[in-house]
Design a protein around this ligand. Structure first.
Ligand code: RB5
Length: 142
């Protein structure tokens, strides 16, 4: 189950991401927002990130205008490793090296074609499980 969260700036791109998830039959829980009416990204970042931190959802995708505010907010929640990615290399690497459990993107930074490729790489790449990466992730939490 994928947790989704966005603000008004991210909403148009989130609709494209949702189209992809539905086409692939990937289950998601959408925590909003649900329109382009101005709102506060921390509200939606926290709802989605709490669902990942609690185990209700396995991973999450967050989108705001830049991806910055929404990723900063998510990373304040214990257990969340939210990676702001605007390229496929980073999306794969953050899964392999950081076991990132949330992806953030900026709808004013990437177009829908690239965004969907980033989502694919994020969702389809496994954590490497290598000792050095496990050690470093543990140090983030300590
Ligand atoms: C909203 O205008 C914008 O500030 C927000 O979407 C995001 O980019 C914040 O980091």
């Amino acid at each position: 189950m994928i947790a989704l969260g966005c603000d008004h700036g991210g909403y148009p791109l989130m609709k494209e991401v949702i189209k992809y998830l539905e086409k692939e039959g990937i289950e998601y829980k959408n925590f909003g927002t649900f329109s382009e009416e101005s709102c506060d990204y921390p509200v939606y970042a926290k709802l989605a990130a709490n669902a990942v931190a609690s185990g209700e959802c396995d991973k999450g995708i967050l989108i705001c205008g830049t991806g910055i505010g929404i990723s900063i907010t998510a990373n304040k929640i214990k257990g969340i490793r939210c990676a702001l990615c605007h390229d496929c290399f980073s999306a794969k690497a953050t899964r392999q090296h950081n076991d990132a459990n949330m992806l953030a993107m900026g709808a004013r930074v990437v177009g829908p074609g690239l965004a969907v490729e980033i989502v694919k790489d994020f969702l389809n790449t496994e954590f490497s499980n290598e000792e050095r990466h496990i050690r470093r992730i543990k140090q983030i939490e300590d």
